[in-house]
Design a protein around this ligand. Structure first.
Ligand SMILES: Nc1nc2c(ncn2[C@@H]2O[C@H](COP(=O)(O)OP(=O)(O)OP(=O)(O)O)[C@@H](O)[C@H]2O)c(=O)[nH]1
Length: 593
C-alpha cells in the first residue's frame, strides 16, 4: 500500500462543543483496534492515533473496489479548537481535516459554531458527527454497525426523529452558509458537508465517519497530501518534555517526508533557532508489551504522517508549536531561515489604532486575530505570552477609549499587570480573559458598546441645547446685577449657565441660575414657568417684559448637534434649533455648517 501511493496519511482533529462527545469519539476510534488479524492494527503514536485503511474498510464492510490510495487516518489525540488552531504547519493548520461533533439531541451550541468559523477561516474540509444517536428515545443499539445497518433496524418513529434532527442541523448549517446533507445522500463532497449520525458510546456510525474522511481526503486532498517518502522531514512540536533516561525530548507530529536517527534538525527556541542531531526516535510500546520495562520502542526512521518522540541534545527552550525541519544536503542556511520565518510570520493584520491581543501560542493568536478581523475589530498589537504591565500601560494610552482593551486568549495576566490595572489612571482599561474565542469577542463587544453609549450620553450632556423663553409681566424680581425675572419656556430645553440673545441676535448676558418653586434646577422643559437670574442686562434697558430670548448655542455645539444628534432632540427642541440657526444664518449662511 505504501509503495502504491506517495500520498501521506491525512491528519485529523476532533472539535465540538463541551460534552458533545469529542473524547468519547476518539476513544471509540482508538478502541476499535480490536479488529480481526487480517486488518491492519490501529496503532498508538506519540500524541496521535493511526488508523490504517485496512482497518477502516474492514470495519465499514466497504469493499476495496473503490480504489483508495490514502493509507489511513492519523487522529490528533488532543481534541478541541485549541489543538486545531495551535498546531500549525507552514502557516496553516496542522490538521488536514476535522470532525465537528454535535450532540444530535442538543444541536448547535456556541463552540460548534466557533469550530465551523475556524474551519471556514482555515479552509479545512470537515465532516459533522451527529453524535449520541443512541440517546434518541426507543433507539435499538446495533453495536459498532455502520449507519445504514443500524438505521434499517429502527422503527419508523425513531427513524422519523433522526431525520428531523438531521434536518435541524442542515438548517443551522445553512444559516451559517454551508450546504449539507446526511452523508449517504451526498454525491458531491465539494458541494455538501456530510452529516454522519454516530454514537461514540455504541460505535454506531463510526465506520461511516472514517469512510467519509477517507473519501474527503481522496477526492480533495490528494495533491496536498503528496509527500516525497524519502524527502527531508517537516513537523510540528506538540510538547517539550523531560523523560527519565532520555533527557529533554520533543513530541512531534511529522507531516511531511522522513525523519531518521542521525538527521540534522532545526527547531525554534525561546531565544534563538536551535540546530541539533536526532539521537533517537521513540514510539509508544503496543499495549500487549506493557510488561516490558522500557516504555518506548526505538525506531530508525519514520515517514509522514506520524507522531514520534525525538531525543536529541540541546532541546532546552524549544517552544511548543515550533516547526521542526530536517536538513539534508547543502541548504542548511535556507532551512534555518525557513524556521525563523515561520515563527516570526504571525499573520495578524495590525492597525495604528486598535486593541491589544495576547495568546499562548502563535496559532492561537492567529485564530483570534482572524475572528476579530471578521468582526471588524482592529488590533494594534498582537503577541504570544501572558499579559504584561507594559500591555496595560499601552492600552491606557490608546487615543480612542473604545480600544483600551486587552484580550487574553488562553494565557494568564501577570501579577504586575493586575497591579497596574488597579491604578486609578488605568480605570478605563479592561482585560478580557478566556479560552473561548467567541466568548472573548462577545465580552469585548458588550463592553465597547456600553462604553460608546456612555460616552455619547456624556457628550450630549455637555452640549448646550436650544431653548426660547419669554419674559413674563409682573415678575421682575430684581432689575440688575443680576437681573431676576420670571420667564416661560416657549420651546426647547432651558439649561442654566448659558448665554442669551434677543430674537434680533443681540447679545444680552449670561443665564446663571434657574429657580423652579424656590429650588435651584439645572434644566427645565418647554411649557414651564421659572425664575432666572441673568448677569449683564438691566430690565427696562437691554431687556424688557414681553421680550423673547434664545439660548445662544456656540457654533461648534450646533455642528455636533446637527450632524450627530438630531435624532436625540424632541420636536420642540428641533423647532427652536431651526429658528435659532435661521437667525444666525441670515448673516452667514455657513454658520455652524
Ligand atoms: N449516550 C451517549 N453518551 C455519549 C456519547 N458520546 C459521549 N457521551 C457521553 O457524554 C459525556 C461527554 O462526553 P465527552 O466525550 O467527555 O465529551 P467532550 O466533548 O470530549 O467533552 P469535553 O472534553 O469536556 O469538551 C460523557 O459522559 C460521555 O460518556 C454517545 O454517543 N452516546
Amino acid at each position: 500500500m505504501a509503495k502504491k501511493s506517495k500520498i501521506r496519511t491525512p491528519i485529523v482533529c476532533v472539535m465540538g462543543h463541551v460534552d458533545h462527545g469529542k473524547t468519547s469519539l476518539l476513544d471509540k476510534i482508538r478502541g476499535s483496534s480490536v479488529v480481526s488479524t487480517e486488518a491492519g492494527a490501529i496503532t498508538q503514536h506519540i500524541g496521535a492515533t493511526l488508523v490504517p485503511l485496512d482497518a477502516i474498510t474492514h470495519m465499514s464492510g466497504a469493499l476495496s473496489k473503490v480504489s483508495v490510495n490514502v493509507p489511513g487516518l492519523l487522529f490528533i489525540d488532543t481534541p478541541g479548537h485549541h489543538a486545531f488552531t495551535t498546531l500549525r504547519a507552514r502557516g496553516g493548520a496542522l490538521a488536514d481535516m476535522a470532525i465537528v461533533v454535535v450532540d444530535i439531541n442538543e444541536g448547535f451550541r456556541p463552540q460548534t459554531i466557533e469550530a465551523l468559523q475556524i474551519l471556514r477561516n482555515y479552509k479545512t474540509p470537515f465532516v459533522i458527527a451527529a453524535n449520541k444517536i443512541d440517546r434518541i428515545h426507543g433507539w435499538r443499539v446495533q453495536k459498532d454497525q455502520p449507519f445504514n445497518k443500524t438505521f434499517a433496524q429502527q422503527n419508523e418513529r425513531v427513524q422519523g426523529i433522526l431525520e428531523t434532527k438531521v434536518y435541524e442541523l442542515v438548517g443551522k448549517l445553512s444559516d451559517l452558509g454551508f450546504n449539507s446533507e446526511r452523508f449517504d445522500r451526498v454525491s458531491d463532497f465539494a458541494r455538501n458537508i456530510c452529516i454522519v449520525p454516530t454514537s461514540a458510546l455504541t460505535g454506531e456510525g463510526i465506520p461511516d465517519i472514517l469512510m467519509v474522511l477517507v473519501g474527503l481526503a481522496q477526492r480533495y486532498m490528494t495533491e496536498s497530501l503528496k509527500v516525497s517518502a524519502d524527502g527531508p522531514g517537516a513537523g510540528t512540536v506538540l510538547e517539550v518534555k523531560e523523560e527519565r533516561g532520555l533527557g529533554m525530548t520533543l513530541d512531534l507530529i511529522l507531516y511531511d517526508g522522513t525523519l531518521a536517527v542521525g538527521d540534522e534538525i532545526v527547531v525554534a527556541g525561546n531565544e534563538e533557532i536551535i540546530e541539533t542531531k536526532v539521537r533517537s526516535l521513540l514510539k509508544p510500546r503496543p499495549m500487549k508489551e506493557i510488561l516490558i520495562e522500557e516504555r518506548f520502542e526505538r525506531v530508525r526512521s519514520v515517514t509522514a504522517a506520524a507522531g514520534i518522540k525525538v531525543a536529541a541534545p540541546k532541546l532546552d527552550g524549544v517552544i511548543a508549536g515550533s516547526p521542526l525541519r530536517v536538513v539534508r544536503g547543502p541548504n542548511r542556511d535556507e532551512v534555518v531561515e525557513q524556521v525563523r520565518h515561520e515563527v516570526q510570520d504571525i499573520q495578524v493584520t495590525l492597525s495604528d489604532l486598535g486593541i491589544i491581543i495576547r495568546a499562548d501560542t502563535i496559532g492561537a493568536l492567529e485564530a483570534l486575530s482572524k475572528e476579530l478581523e471578521g468582526h471588524q475589530i482592529q488590533v494594534m498589537r498582537a503577541a504570544v505570552g501572558p499579559v504584561t504591565r507594559h500591555d496595560v500601560i499601552e492600552a491606557g494610552t490608546i487615543k480612542d477609549p473604545l480600544y483600551s482593551a486587552i484580550l487574553a486568549f488562553n494565557t494568564p495576566v501577570l501579577p504586575d499587570a493586575i497591579d497596574t490595572l488597579a491604578d486609578a489612571s488605568m480605570s478605563h482599561v479592561s482585560i478580557f480573559e478566556g479560552g473561548v474565542i467567541y466568548q472573548l469577542i462577545d465580552d469585548y463587544v458588550e463592553w465597547r458598546d456600553a462604553k460608546k453609549q456612555e460616552l455619547e450620553r456624556q457628550r450630549f450632556e455637555k452640549l448646550i441645547m436650544p431653548a426660547k423663553i419669554r419674559i413674563l409681566p409682573d415678575c421682575v424680581f430684581r432689575q440688575s446685577n443680576p437681573a431676576v425675572v420670571g420667564v416661560r419656556v416657549l420651546g426647547g430645553k432651558l439649561q442654566s449657565d448659558v448665554d442669551l440673545i434677543l430674537t434680533n441676535g443681540k447679545k444680552i448676558g449670561h443665564l446663571k441660575q434657574i429657580q423652579a418653586k424656590n429650588e435651584t434646577v439645572h434644566e427645565v422643559d418647554a411649557g414651564r414657568e421659572v425664575a432666572i437670574s441673568i448677569e449683564g442686562p438691566t430690565v427696562g434697558r437691554q431687556i424688557d417684559v414681553g421680550d423673547d430670548l434664545y439660548v445662544d448655542i456656540p457654533e461648534r455645539h450646533v455642528k455636533v448637534i446637527e450632524r450627530e444628534m438630531l435624532d436625540l432632540l424632541n420636536p420642540s427642541m428641533r423647532e427652536i434649533l431651526e429658528e435659532f440657526t435661521y437667525l444666525k444664518r441670515r448673516e452667514d449662511p455657513f454658520w455652524g455648517k
